[in-house]
Design a protein around this ligand. Structure first.
Ligand SMILES: C[S@@+](CC[C@H](N)C(=O)[O-])C[C@H]1O[C@@H](n2cnc3c(N)ncnc32)[C@H](O)[C@@H]1O
Length: 180
């Protein structure tokens, strides 16, 4: 059994992000969409990337205020207002445990040429293990593959049951926008 303090455990980046973040061009600018307490923002900063951390509630990032490589943006992504980083492109975009389908096109358009999208969230079947249970927050089988393979090159994809960090059904993709 882990002896880690649970609050530290929650701040550990997901394996999927650790596995793929090194493929983001360096030095690069990474968008952490729905960043929450910033576990991936912190990890990406530690790798030397510039990070924009976006969430409707950024209170848990207050300890990072003033960090030179970090821009914190507090925006509601679902209230009908325009995509908050319109016109900007990023070498990397990370979306973890967040799903709002109308943003799919914005995510692809916000990737620079050669930019990497790293996405993992819960999938159909997760209700048997816990939250989220609402179908609006659960991916359909192959959904990330079907959506992103149309415009991006898929480097890695997986879906199904996982028992780490806790029992869940997930789906995850890593894909790249073509150069030039
Ligand atoms: C389950 S947490 C995931 C946090 C982080 N990505 C991680 O993996 O630790 C979901 C995040 O989505 C954010 N969120 C939910 N609805 C949102 C909205 N309408 N606009 C912006 N952020 C939202 C929440 O504030 C929360 O931080």
């Amino acid at each position: 059994m882990s002896k880690e303090n649970p609050s530290h455990q929650n701040m550990r980046p997901l394996d999927w992000v650790v596995q793929h973040a090194g493929q983001i061009a360096a030095p690069g600018h990474v968008l952490d969409v729905a960043c929450g307490r910033g576990r991936h923002t912190r990890y990406l900063l530690s790798l030397g990337y510039r990070v924009t951390a976006l969430d409707r509630d950024t209170g848990a990032l207050s300890d990072l205020a003033g960090c030179p490589n970090l821009r914190i943006m507090e925006n509601d992504l679902e209230d009908g207002s325009p995509w908050p980083v319109a016109g900007e492109v990023f070498e990397g975009i990370v979306v973890i445990n967040y799903l709002y389908r109308p943003l799919y096109d914005d995510l692809v358009n916000a990737l620079a040429a050669g930019g990497l999208l790293i996405y993992q969230t819960f999938s159909d079947g997760n209700a048997a293990y816990g939250r989220p249970r609402n179908p609006n927050f659960l991916l359909r089988e192959n959904e990330l593959l079907d959506v992103f393979s149309q415009r991006l090159t898929v480097l890695d994809f997986d879906q199904g049951y996982t028992d780490y960090p806790s029992p869940a059904v997930i789906q995850k993709i890593c894909c790249r926008r073509q150069e030039g």
